[in-house]
Design a protein around this ligand. Structure first.
Ligand SMILES: [Zn+2]
Length: 235
């Protein structure tokens, strides 16, 4: 695997230990071009960066060393972790994103991503379920890498968690579906909601979950299918 270095100044001064790297967070660049994205990720004024960028041809560019904290996730939460920048490696995939014409990720891009993730997984002993999307850890602000990201296919490589369709669903009380759903999400790792209180942002959380696990049906509604997938993943 060939990795080109093209370093960014946007990282925290303090280094971290190898065992503090527990997550890989996946993003899309969401800009018109690769050049524009690289410029932004390297501009000291933007205060954003990532560890790796993978372009449409599948070339991997390293912008920040793994042991440095790159600024890719922003305010974020997952399980007991706050500010995931501290504990993660951030990978940007070049893609125009929802704002400029969301594209499928290329085969070459995904091939390189799998190789890179496998390497990181081995080096830092990262658990399969700790490969997450930016939208999972910041569901109120972010929608990347988006519904075209092939989480289901990546399960074969133990990158990300997925669910088995033939899993038996225990009986549940439909009247309690909202509460049970959010309890499941809490168990899976999602944050930014209140299990017992409806809020205006509930639908954003539901959409974020669907974008990852039910990408063909991002409705923001807790329907039977959405609920059952949460049930399988949480148990
Ligand atoms: Zn992102």
């Amino acid at each position: 695997m060939n990795i080109i270095s093209n370093f960014s100044p946007n990282f925290s001064k303090k280094s971290r230990k190898k065992n503090n790297i527990n997550f890989v967070i996946l993003h899309y660049t969401g800009m018109q071009s690769e050049i524009e994205s690289l410029n932004r990720l390297k501009n000291p004024k933007s205060k954003v960066s990532c560890h790796y960028l993978i372009n449409r041809k599948g070339n991997i560019i390293q912008l920040v060393e793994d042991q440095k904290i790159a600024w890719h996730a922003g305010k974020s939460k997952w399980k007991k972790f706050n500010n995931l920048n501290l504990n993660s490696v951030g990978i940007e995939l070049v893609n125009k994103g929802h704002q400029f014409g969301y594209e499928s990720f290329t085969k070459k891009q995904l091939k390189s991503l799998i190789l890179l993730c496998k390497r990181l997984k081995k080096k830092y002993k990262i658990k399969p379920e700790n490969f997450l999307g930016h939208s999972d850890i910041a569901p109120l602000r972010k929608i990347d890498p988006g519904e075209k990201f092939p989480w289901r296919k990546l399960e074969k490589y133990q990158i990300g968690k997925w669910y088995k369709k033939n899993h038996k669903i225990l009986k549940y009380d439909k009247n309690n579906m909202r509460i049970l759903f959010f309890k499941n999400l809490k168990k899976i790792g999602y944050r930014y909601f209140n299990i017992f209180k409806r809020t205006k942002v509930d639908h954003k959380i539901v959409k974020s979950f669907q974008r990852h696990f039910l990408p063909k049906s991002i409705t923001g509604e807790i329907d039977k299918k959405t609920f059952e997938i949460s049930q399988i993943l949480a148990n």
